[in-house]
Design a binder for this molecule. Structure first.
Ligand code: ZN
Ligand code: ZN
Length: 196
């Protein structure tokens, strides 16, 4: 089943194919929180405990259909994840590793629609990770998390081995990000971290 992807203003659109080959989870790490705050409107990104609802899938299942010029990329630190967003309206899109041979993409819920729509396509939240930095005590889900990861890692490994990691809308054929990465300055990062 396909699931459409859209930034808040609608300029950037796309499609997630194979929505069943995904694992949904909530990440409470300080970096995801800072990313949500840096782009503005954090109340639309983070839940009441600072969690970001993320759908993990393979980059080859993601394609953009319009507004690709608006796709932008930042990292909180030099070594950090590539955090993709729509610069037209500051909508978080997803996170990838710097190395495109590991074709993980964690799509942020903000580009996937309402919780109900997301649940219909990708199923319920199966893991809550980095809960130590949550603002509260979210319940961890060790059993469903282990099951989801056991399903997901083989897909990731297979895509690495069969070369299908090369099918990605986030990198060129030689593994260069399609948008120039901006690394936050120390001040920008501190501001984003402390804004919550
Ligand atoms: Zn937009
Ligand atoms: Zn995180």
């Amino acid at each position: 089943m396909g699931h459409s992807l859209r930034c808040r203003c609608g300029a950037l659109t796309g499609l997630v194919s194979e929505s069943r080959k995904a694992a949904r989870g909530v990440c409470y790490c300080k970096d995801c929180q800072a990313f949500g705050r840096y782009l503005g409107n954090p109340e639309t990104v983070l839940d009441s405990m600072g969690g970001t609802d993320v759908v993990a899938t393979l980059a080859k299942h993601v394609s953009f259909t319009s507004g690709t010029d608006f796709l932008a990329c930042l990292s909180l630190t030099e070594r950090g994840l590539l955090r993709w967003y729509a610069r037209c309206c500051g909508t978080p899109i997803g996170n990838t590793l710097k190395n495109f041979r590991v074709p993980y993409v964690g799509l942020v819920h903000t580009c996937l629609g309402t919780p109900a729509v997301i649940e219909a396509s990708f199923g319920p939240v199966r893991m809550r990770v980095n809960t130590k930095s949550a603002q509260g005590r979210p319940k961890v889900m060790p059993l469903s998390q282990a099951a989801a990861l056991l399903r997901f890692f083989p897909m990731l490994l297979l895509a690495r081995l069969d070369g299908s990691y090369k099918a990605t809308p986030f990198f060129t054929a030689d593994g260069t990000p399609v948008a120039q990465r901006k690394v936050l300055t120390r001040l920008e990062l501190e501001t984003a971290r402390n804004a919550g």
